[in-house]
Write a protein that binds this ligand. Structure first.
Ligand SMILES: Nc1ncnc2c1ncn2[C@@H]1O[C@H](COP(=O)(O)OP(=O)(O)OP(=O)(O)O)[C@@H](O)[C@H]1O
Ligand SMILES: [Mg+2]
Length: 444
């Protein structure tokens, strides 16, 4: 059956109108739009479409409104400290459902030096649901496809936590718990930071604290230095009231192997501080970077500049070879002076050649206390011996007698340690080998 296309009945328009133009128009509208099934169907569809679009918008708007009213978000960017704390916490958390996991491999070094590997399965990018203190939280770990952290080449990430508005106070509970957990792992440890591009990064795993008693300096020297540091740490207000920058610089100088580095580690352990090591002779360290690093030292950290003399000698050498080290001497002085932190700043510098240092570096304000950490004195030899062979006074006396008879001079504490480690459980053997101390580079 063929369908006939509807036609417009012009006669009907003419006859139904009263002859006037407006009458003709209205009857034309009736005939063309209302009675025409195509137009009627199109209009209906249009109305339906508009209605649906409006409803959709209304649903989106109201769900947005409900979302804003009922839910809260917390965003933790990967640049923030709590980011890693949170991931660590979540990897241990039991009440969670995750289908995407990432692996993080950690080396755990035990006190005896053995290393075990631990895999922790942290939540990978994607959505995860956790239940914390009775509240549900949606965790969304997102990776930015475009932004890359130029310092380490990893993509920027964020973790977004969403929960009901009424449970918002749980965020701070959760973050505090994550922080406490992370700090507990580092308890009793010293974190060593090194410079990594423009920022400080932990170098390896946190190490067990070096105990003060394990470094033997000349009588009273360790106590003098540690008391000086402690006194400085207590004097914040005193410095601020007088408008003096709140910093103190120490220079430990002396021959190699006398315990300078070890003592700084022990000071950090004693004060429960971390250590930031900066290598001034690093080729791509520029004055700007040095300045930035020195002004962004992590909290509770001691800044250590090892072998300060070497950095600038190297500069002369390397410029002859056609390339220069980035940091200049005046850059170092400016950086030292410019540390403008409200927090305290403790700097320890070490050198084997204090005579090579420019007096400008040694002036008070940059170096406030210079301490010679020399070769072993009689007091140190005795105490080193008693540290390795505990309470063996008798053998110690024999060792000391021989030490004096041989007129041993310029023996470093590192050499003594070498001798005692070689003869771990045998003090008589150590005494028999005492002459090796005459030759600093003896390899037994
Ligand atoms: N006074 C000391 N007491 C205990 N151990 C020491 C002492 N001096 C050196 N040692 C031991 O000798 C080794 C080298 O010491 P350290 O690195 O601290 O020397 P240093 O003075 O920093 O030497 P350098 O000037 O070459 O950097 C370490 O293993 C350390 O345990
Ligand atoms: Mg050293």
């Amino acid at each position: 059956m063929s369908q006939q296309a509807p036609t417009i009945d012009f006669d009907k328009i003419r006859s139904s109108s009263d002859g006037s133009v407006s009458g003709m128009m209205s009857s034309a509208f009736e005939e063309v739009v209302v009675n025409n099934p195509y137009f009627a169907a199109g209009g209906g569809l249009m109305l339906l479409g508009t209605g649906l679009a409006l409803t959709r918008q209304a649903v989106i708007r109201s769900s947005g409104l409900i979302y804003r009213q009922l839910l809260v978000d917390l965003e933790i960017p990967s640049k923030d400290k709590s980011y890693l704390w949170f991931l660590e916490w979540m990897s241990q958390y039991k009440h969670r459902s995750s289908r995407h996991l990432s692996v993080e491999t950690n080396f755990v070094q035990h006190n005896n030096g053995a290393v075990t590997t631990k895999f922790s399965l942290v939540p990978g990018p994607g959505k995860h649901l956790i239940r914390y203190k009775g509240a549900f939280m949606l965790v969304n770990r997102e990776r930015s496809g475009k932004l890359i952290d130029m310092t380490n080449g990893s993509p920027f990430e964020t973790v977004r936590l969403t929960t009901l508005y009424r449970d918002r106070y749980l965020f701070s509970d959760l973050l505090t718990e994550a922080k406490t957990m992370a700090l507990k792992i580092r308890e009793g440890k010293t974190v060593i930071y090194t410079s990594w591009g423009p920022e400080w990064r932990p170098f390896g795993q946190p190490r067990s604290k070096r105990l003060m008693g394990s470094v033997i300096l000349d009588e009273g020297l360790d106590k003098m230095i540690i008391e000086d540091v402690q006194d400085f740490l207590k004097s914040g207000e005193w410095y601020h009231n007088r408008g003096i920058p709140y910093r103190r610089g120490y220079l430990l100088y002396g021959p190699p192997g006398s315990g300078k580095t070890s003592f700084i580690q022990a000071v950090a352990g004693e004060l429960d501080y971390n250590i930031c090591i900066l290598n001034l002779s690093e080729k791509n360290l520029t004055d700007d970077r040095l300045n930035h690093l020195m002004n962004h030292i992590p909290d509770r950290s001691i800044l250590v500049l090892e072998d300060v003399d070497a950095a600038f000698n190297k500069r002369e050498q390397s410029s002859e070879q056609g390339y220069t080290s980035g940091v200049t001497f005046s850059g170092l002085l400016n950086a030292l002076d410019g540390v403008a932190s409200a927090e305290e700043c403790i700097t320890f510098m070490t050198t084997n050649h204090p005579e090579k240092l420019d007096p400008a570096l040694l002036r008070p304000g940059r170096v406030d206390l210079k301490v010679l950490i020399g070769n072993a004195t009689e007091y140190q030899v005795r105490n080193m011996f008693l540290k390795f062979y505990e309470n063996d006074e008798q053998n110690c006396d024999i060792f000391m007698k021989k030490f004096k008879e041989l007129g041993l001079k310029d023996v470093s504490t590192a050499q003594l340690q070498g001798l005692f480690v070689y003869n771990k459980r045998d003090p008589t053997a150590a005494t028999a080998m005492i002459e090796t101390l005459k030759r600093p580079n003896d390899a037994f």
